[in-house]
Ligand binder design. Structure first.
Ligand SMILES: NC(=O)c1ccc[n+]([C@@H]2O[C@H](COP(=O)([O-])OP(=O)(O)OC[C@H]3O[C@@H](n4cnc5c(N)ncnc54)[C@H](O)[C@@H]3O)[C@@H](O)[C@H]2O)c1
Length: 544
């Protein structure tokens, strides 16, 4: 790739800005902001227009006052890296830089950019000078050094720390800085504050930076916009003024009449709330992994057990875990908490047992799918080595196109290690960067490829959009994600399309007993995570 080109996912090429472009870009924005202020609009800069920032920016830009007039002018600010610069020109055309299944996302961004004219995007940090409010939506990753040992890792604060320094260098002293990024607890007060205070002092600013924290609960998917705008928020400020300002801002831009804010006393409390919220979810999912194995070995169908338990209102959030717990948040957030306890908050003892264990279990659950596939193929007389295995679903959950930390990635890496040939279908995913660009994605040297052998060929994975084509002549089919398109597949049609009996692996409890029976009647072998009753159905079918 050329040094100064950024390529969008659809392949469009954009030249990165040249040094002389910055001045003109800022002057234009300055003029524009003057006009917007004259219309009484507050200027909000959203830093980082990724999954969270792009949609949050649009929601803020869509805000109207009591008279129905737009009350905010939003500038999405994105660093002009080769990997991300393309998001800026796309946004400026009114095109969403994130692919969304929510039908509200695309029209909202188009409306704010092209009709209301309340949303633009830029690459120049200087724009921060013009902000009344800065919303920080850059990433803060947790980098793991091992597979299945979250303790051996660290928070990657680089992008966040760099952003905070730039913000402090540029903003007016009275601008509110709202950190929405999920951070290691203690970050707002013990990392952000000192970075900004020091720079403020150098600039001769005596007052404290007005720092606030409010975490996102966004779920990119069918209810992407509503999960930000029409949902409860927790917030906090570093002092009374910051607290009042963040409460006012969130009350203006979110639907807090229906979904009231929870205001905490200190940022460490709202930061901790986010980490516990996601660790809790990761833990109740991980907890079922051992019962899933138990079920497989004792003729128990975990799917039916969970259904029976769920009836009890106190246990209604029990969830069947798939082949891994992905998404950007659940695999990392507990790690941020455990790491912060030592490296930000300064404790040396080790009080955490459940949180890291849950993440480790979730991160490795997919490996077992490799074994189930191997065994099903073996029962049909085929070795796993060089078998054509089709994975249905690349995303981390149903009906979204987000592949970050999806369980399917581990399933595939394990199968490739055992020599299988991999095919993939997913109706929502065009490119699976975790494989296609595994040398540099999610970062150089960070791919999970490094935990397995025989991974080089996976760079050639291409996500087949045509299900029939993907199925043709496959020896094993793995239902890895419960996308709607897979729920009603008819066994006869599926096997007819494949052209011969195949090994069928159910990772999400999506096959009914009738379908499992039918697959056996058609000469297939069936296995499933947590589905120990399959063996019984097989024997019944054989006898029948
Ligand atoms: N994606 C989710 O479902 C979700 C849900 C809840 C919370 N969060 C949290 O929200 C935060 C953001 O997540 P995301 O999914 O939007 O990440 P993302 O990687 O999609 O977006 C981050 C963006 O910030 C940009 N960026 C990085 N450094 C920058 C800098 N110095 N200046 C300007 N831009 C910069 C990146 O280029 C990228 O476009 C994370 O802390 C995440 O944990 C995400």
């Amino acid at each position: 790739m050329s040094e100064n080109i950024s390529i969008s996912p659809s392949g469009e090429k954009f030249s990165l800005p040249k040094p002389e472009d910055y001045k003109v870009e800022y002057e234009n924005l300055e003029k524009r902001v003057k006009q917007e202020r004259a219309m009484n609009r507050e200027i909000v800069v959203v830093m980082g227009v990724g999954f969270v920032g792009a949609v949050m920016a649009a929601i803020v830009a869509d805000t109207v006052d009591k008279k129905g007039q737009p009350s905010k002018f939003v500038i999405g600010m994105q660093r002009p890296s080769k990997r991300s610069f393309w998001k800026i020109p796309l946004l400026n055309r009114g095109i969403s830089p994130v692919k969304a299944e929510d039908p509200e996302v695309d029209p909202m961004i188009a409306r704010c950019v092209n009709m209301k004219k309340t949303l633009v995007a830029t690459y120049t940090y200087e724009v921060l000078k013009l902000a009344d409010i800065v919303v920080v939506d850059v990433q803060c990753d947790y980098l793991k050094e091992d597979l299945g040992n979250v303790r051996n890792g660290h928070a990657d604060m680089e992008a966040l720390e760099a952003s905070l320094a730039v913000i402090a260098e540029q903003i007016r002293a009275d601008a509110l800085v709202l950190i929405e990024t999920t951070v290691a607890p203690g970050t707002t007060e013990q990392v952000a504050y000192p970075i900004m205070k020091k720079i403020f002092k150098k600039r001769g600013i005596e007052s404290d930076p007005l720092l606030a924290h409010s975490y996102e609960r966004v779920m990119p998917g069918r209810n992407y916009v509503a999960s930000i705008r029409d949902f409860w928020r927790v917030c906090s400020g570093i002092n009374e003024e910051a607290k009042e300002r963040v409460v006012k801002f969130l009350n203006e831009v979110l639907n807090t009449d229906k979904f009231p804010l929870t205001v905490m006393d200190r940022p460490i409390e709202s930061e901790t709330a986010k980490i516990i919220e996601n660790s809790y979810r990761a833990t109740i999912l991980a907890f079922l992994d051992e019962w899933s194995l138990y079920a497989e070995r004792n003729g128990v169908d975990l799917v039916k057990v969970i259904k029976a338990i769920k009836v009890r209102p106190t246990h209604s959030n029990i969830i069947f875990p798939g082949p891994g717990i992905g998404g950007y948040c659940l695999p990392k957030d507990g790690g941020l908490g455990v790491w912060a306890y030592k490296h930000i908050l300064g404790f040396e003892d080790d009080i955490f047992r459940m949180t890291p264990m849950a993440i480790d279990i979730n991160d490795t659950r997919g490996l077992h799918v490799g074994q189930l596939t191997r065994d099903a193929l073996r029962n049909m007389g085929h070795p796993i080595a060089s078998a054509d295995v089709l994975i249905l679903g690349a995303a981390y959950r149903e009906d979204v196109g987000d592949t970050r930390y999806s369980g399917s990635e581990i399933v595939i890496r394990k199968l490739a290690e055992m020599g299988a040939e991999i095919r993939v279908h997913d109706p929502y995913v065009d490119h699976w960067w975790e494989f296609e660009q595994q040398d540099t994605y999610p970062g150089t040297g960070q791919s999970k490829a490094r935990f397995f052998r025989n991974q080089e060929k996976l760079k050639e994975i291409h996500v087949e959009p045509d299900l029939k084509k993907a199925l043709h002549d496959a020896e094993a089919v793995i239902f890895a994600v419960p996308h709607e398109a897979y729920l009603n597949l008819d066994p006869d049609e599926l096997i007819d399309t494949i052209g011969h009996p195949a090994a069928i692996i159910d990772c999400f409890g999506i096959l009914s007993d009738d379908k499992i029976r039918r697959y056996f009647q058609l000469g297939c072998e069936v296995k499933g995570l947590g589905r120990g009753h399959i063996q019984r159905l097989k024997e019944e079918t054989r006898k029948g």
